[in-house]
Write a protein that binds this ligand. Structure first.
Ligand SMILES: *[C@@H]1O[C@H](CO)[C@@H](O)[C@H](O)[C@H]1NC(C)=O
Ligand SMILES: *[C@@H]1O[C@H](CO)[C@@H](O)[C@H](O)[C@H]1NC(C)=O
Ligand SMILES: *[C@@H]1O[C@H](CO)[C@@H](O)[C@H](O)[C@H]1NC(C)=O
Ligand SMILES: *[C@@H]1O[C@H](CO)[C@@H](O)[C@H](O)[C@H]1NC(C)=O
Length: 275
């Protein structure tokens, strides 16, 4: 006869196993069917690029074949969301009669690159509406296949810092989606800042955050971040001069997937804590 405690224990173990199985399934599905939908020997060196709106992006797609470095009969079609033709290259020339209007004059491929198996597409002045799923399909007598590239669009810039009257102000302009601003001291503790947002006519955000009081010769870290990009700045005030060092980091997993995993982890943890 199992005691009450044992029943609870085994139920919890069962629940944890089920959750773990679900997480593994989600990860496997996400990585096999979505991220690397590459068949044949067509590959992309970056299946999840993130682009600063208004800049250009190279959507990578390459055909690899053993002992072959010229593909004279290669044809390539780039499609967006499975129904809009972005660019088509056939019989040695561009074939743009059914190109979707939003890509006219903005998409480019080079015939020299194509012949050497490089079917990468250059998309100029990226707009937020360009975000989506792009499929590169290649046909040639040496091999064929397709690969899907997920383009994500964001707007981001390095924040600027000003120091006056003992307070340090960060201004992060042209951000999208809406960012958060966090301050940390040398030991990594979060410090309270005072934040205001404004929105431009094109829907981009400017965040201004003020930290007070601040000390000279002390290293502060300011992180401006949305679900795609983080701009990390290390800031130190020397006299009246603000010295800053910046770097960007980009999200690798899709926001949906990471929040899903996070939620499941939280659920798992709370089961443990109840136990
Ligand atoms: C493919 O061509 C583009 C230019 O069209 C170039 O920037 C890129 O480096 C090339 N990729 C490879 C793998 O050769
Ligand atoms: C993103 O583009 C804007 C303007 O087009 C530019 O001001 C900004 O510096 C760019 N961001 C980065 C990190 O290059
Ligand atoms: C960082 O901030 C925390 C919390 O305000 C504080 O306890 C800690 O001493 C600070 N660290 C330094 C090096 O100032
Ligand atoms: C926060 O903002 C308000 C309104 O702009 C201002 O009066 C206040 O002094 C600010 N506080 C700090 C700590 O900067």
């Amino acid at each position: 006869m199992a005691t009450f405690g044992q029943i609870i224990f085994y139920s919890l173990v069962t629940l944890i196993v089920i959750f773990a199985a679900i997480i593994i399934m989600v990860l496997v599905l996400a990585f096999t069917s979505k991220t690397y939908t590459s068949t044949g020997s067509v590959m992309s060196s970056n299946t999840k690029p993130i682009t600063n709106i208004s800049e250009d992006v190279l959507l990578s797609c390459n055909l690899h074949a053993v002992l072959q470095d010229k593909f004279s009969d290669m044809s390539v079609t780039w499609q967006k969301d499975q129904n809009r033709v972005v660019y088509r290259f056939q019989k040695g020339a561009p074939e743009l009669s059914d190109q979707a209007s939003e890509f006219k004059g903005r998409a480019r491929m080079s015939p020299d690159d194509i012949i050497s198996g490089n079917a990468s597409l250059l998309l100029r002045s990226v707009r937020s509406s360009d975000a989506g799923e792009y499929t590169c399909s290649i046909q040639s007598s040496y091999g064929s296949g397709k690969v899907t590239v997920y383009l994500r669009t964001a707007a981001y810039s390095t924040p600027t810092f000003t120091f006056s009257d003992g307070s340090l102000t960060a201004e992060a302009s042209r951000w999208f989606p809406k960012p958060t601003v966090k301050w940390q001291n040398e030991t990594g503790s979060f410090l309270g800042g005072n934040m205001t947002f404004s929105t431009s006519s094109s829907g981009l955000f400017t965040a201004v955050s003020t930290l007070q009081p601040v000390s000279a010769e002390y290293l502060y870290t300011c992180t401006v971040q949305n679900e795609l990009v983080a701009a990390v700045s290390e800031v130190m005030i020397t006299g009246s001069v603000v010295n800053q060092r910046n770097y960007f980091s980009f999200s690798v997993a899709s926001p949906l997937l990471s929040s899903l995993c996070l939620n499941m982890m939280t659920t798992l943890l709370s089961i443990y804590c109840v136990a």
